[in-house]
Design a protein. Structure first.
Length: 687
């Protein structure tokens, strides 16, 4: 049998239609008095739920369904008035309980059974609801809707500015835009919904008049009651009906006023009021206590009442004053007290670290490598500096922290808090890595190189010379972690370059080439679009240090409506000399090329995909191409050559994307990027 929670989740969508059907039924079908009692009690309960929900939401948008709820509550109340009027006019001559116990109780107990008093109380409630609460909340909603709509362009521009400056992410910017739009819609809906409440108050006046006049006519002329008896009976029932409907109306109007008068503040109403009226207003409490005390001792004034509240306010001021003094003393002591490490078994929010762009978590055995004077931290700093110089932007700091959940010698490399690589080292030992050719085994612990996956041994430091004589490459644990981090940087560098780094580069360019920058950003290209272009260059290992050349290229070619891919290729062509000076500094440029059949096949695929599309290859052909490229990389590395592939211009971007997706490290250069003065030498054909 499903649990109640599951049943509610399954049938929750039926709640709205059921409520509307119930409202229509109350209008059309005559209801017995006992059912009226149930529905009037439900109406009061519903109104109280709405009031307390409005009191406890932290901000108005948390109750964005309020306008719809307000409409449903108004319709329910009017339907109840119709049903009650029918019962009163049809069965009122039977006595005061003919319309139900609830109506009779409100007509007798609340107003003391005096219909004159009932009319006065009802009129007062109508005035409070219609003139004061509803009119005020309606005006607040109207002004709020107008101001929120006027402020929307400014808020959207502020969000875009924060996004362009890298202060917020795309997800946060989207959330803020949705919130701005929802706020404007909410106040607009509240402006319209408040008219329902005002109309409901007017309808209540007309309904009670109709009930009174109709009841007198029916009682006197149809049921032969005396005018006094008819007036007493029908007036009492009409007043009871009006009160039992008007009190929930007043409660919901109060909820509407509380909700729209929040002024954009966050937090529950009770906390806000108590904190601002009492907590932050101790001086006001003292002045109030003195004023009440002075008033209480004036001859002729009610001494007990004023002096009682003077003493009560003074006690409250004393308590808050003492609490503020204790808090200030504790804060001062906390500043001067020495820091104490919390016990190991204590779990609190201090264990939550902010997400770092690039971080390394290490086991406790690796901690000496990053301690003061440790080799690992120095190597990581050098790696960051070298990578920043090579790529032309400041790489985020590599944050290293310990993690007791790791193995003692384990480490975990993370990009934006997400694990991208793991490994193990043995502090005090060296890692001897074998090459492609099989080598004799060593005395030590056999393992696998965490970076390249080659066979390796952890050996004692005194055996390093013997291992090198046998052909092993021997490195220490700090080098293992640094090399692994470098590999991760190469693969995930695109995730470490964003709007913040773009803005830093533009700030530098503004100081040196301000006029050039103004002619490009944002006239030719926006900052987010420029960030995407620069990221694509960085992913392929192209340095973006020469920002003036990049900006000049954009200024010359950016007006032609080129896509991002075309823009990247144009910039690469302009930076060709720089790119080849890094990939192949010596002449001739030794490179791999595509075989004629493979080249033609890829050209046909690119032509079919269009200028901005990604060519689609059959899986078997793509697997064959990747296998051929993998073998070509190994062949060139065996010849001590940096893997390089020169292709026709239309093929460069697609091949680079495929290689990157397959995790293969091979630079792809277009023929247009090769300087004319530099000769090419084909050392390998990919077919």
């Amino acid at each position: 049998m499903p649990a109640p929670v599951e049943l509610w989740a399954n049938y929750q969508s039926l709640l709205g239609p059921l409520v509307l059907i119930m409202i229509l039924t109350m209008i059309v079908v005559p209801l017995p008095p006992i059912l009226l009692d149930v529905l009037f009690t439900f109406n009061i309960t519903f109104a109280l739920l709405i009031l307390f929900a409005a009191l406890h939401v932290k901000k108005p948008l948390d109750f964005s369904a309020f306008p719809t709820v307000l409409l449903l509550a108004t319709l329910l109340r009017l339907a109840l008035n119709v049903a009650a009027a029918r019962v009163i006019l049809l069965h009122g001559f039977h006595g005061n309980q003919s319309a139900g116990i609830v109506i009779e109780s409100f007509g007798r107990f609340v107003v003391g059974g005096d219909y004159v008093v009932g009319i006065v109380v009802f009129a007062i409630l109508i005035i409070i609801n219609f003139v004061v609460v509803t009119k005020g909340s309606s005006r607040i909603a109207e002004v709020g809707a107008r101001f929120s709509l006027d402020a929307m362009p400014g808020k959207q521009m502020a969000i875009d500015a924060d996004l362009n400056a890298g202060m917020i992410t795309q997800i946060e910017a989207r959330r803020r835009r949705d919130e701005v739009s929802a706020e404007s819609d909410f106040y607009g809906s509240m402006d319209g919904a408040s008219k329902f409440v005002r109309g409901d108050a007017i309808a209540a006046i007309l309904i009670i008049i109709i009930n009174l006049v109709g009841g007198l006519i029916i009682g006197v002329f149809q049921h032969n009651l005396s005018l006094a008896a008819a007036a007493k009976t029908y007036t009492l029932l009409s007043i009871g009906d009006g009160l039992v409907a008007q009190i929930p109306s007043l409660v919901i109007s109060m909820a509407a006023g509380i909700l729209v008068s929040r002024s954009g503040t966050e937090g529950e109403v009770s906390h806000l009021v108590s904190g601002q009226v009492f907590g932050g207003n101790r001086k006001g409490l003292l002045i109030t206590a003195i004023t009440l005390g002075v008033t209480g001792i004036i001859p002729g004034m009610p001494h007990v009442a004023f002096l009682f509240y003077a003493i009560l306010t003074g006690i409250l001021w004393q308590v808050l004053q003492r609490r503020a003094t204790v808090t200030a003393t504790a804060a001062a002591q906390a500043i001067t007290a020495p820091f104490q490490e919390p016990p190991a078994d204590v779990v609190d929010s201090n264990i939550l670290r902010p997400v770092e762009p690039l971080s390394i978590a290490i086991g406790y055995q690796i901690i000496p490598l990053i301690a003061e004077g440790g080799d690992l931290q120095k190597r990581l700093n050098l790696l960051r500096r070298r990578t920043s110089e090579n790529l032309g932007f400041l790489l985020p700091s590599i944050h290293v922290h310990d993690d007791l959940t790791l193995r003692p010698g384990g480490y975990r490399i993370q990009v934006h808090g997400v694990r991208v690589a793991t490994g193990d080292v043995r502090v005090g030992s060296l890692l001897a890595i074998s090459g492609k050719a099989p080598l004799p085994p060593l005395e030590g612990i056999h393992t696998t190189d965490p970076v390249f996956g080659a066979s390796a041994y952890w050996i004692a430091t005194e055996r390093s010379d013997d291992a090198e004589l046998l052909g092993y490459t021997v490195i220490d644990p700090a080098t293992v972690i640094t090399t692994h981090t470098n590999e991760c940087l190469t693969r995930y560098i695109g995730e470490l370059f964003g709007l913040r780094q773009t803005q830093e580069l533009l700030d530098i360019a503004a100081a040196r080439n301000g006029k050039l920058l103004e002619s490009v950003v944002p006239r030719v290209i926006s900052i987010p679009a420029l960030s995407k272009v620069l990221r694509e260059l960085v992913v392929e290992g192209v340095s973006i240090r020469d920002m003036p050349t990049i900006l000049e290229t954009l200024a010359e070619n950016g007006q032609e409506g080129a896509s991002m891919v075309q823009t990247v290729e144009i910039i690469r062509s302009r930076l060709g000399r720089q790119i080849l000076s890094v990939l192949a500094p010596d002449d001739p440029i030794q490179t791999a090329i595509l075989g004629q059949s493979m080249e033609q096949l890829l050209l046909n695929a690119v032509e079919s995909a269009g200028p901005n599309g990604m060519p689609a290859l059959e899986p078997s052909i793509l697997m064959h191409l990747m296998q051929a490229l993998r073998q070509g990389i190994e062949t060139m590395q065996a010849q001590s050559l940096k893997p390089l592939l020169v292709v026709r211009d239309p093929l460069r971007q697609a091949l680079s994307t495929w290689l990157h997706s397959a995790g293969l490290t091979m630079a792809v250069v277009a023929f247009s990027e090769v300087p004319g003065a530099r000769p090419l030498k084909s050392v390998l054909e990919i077919s």
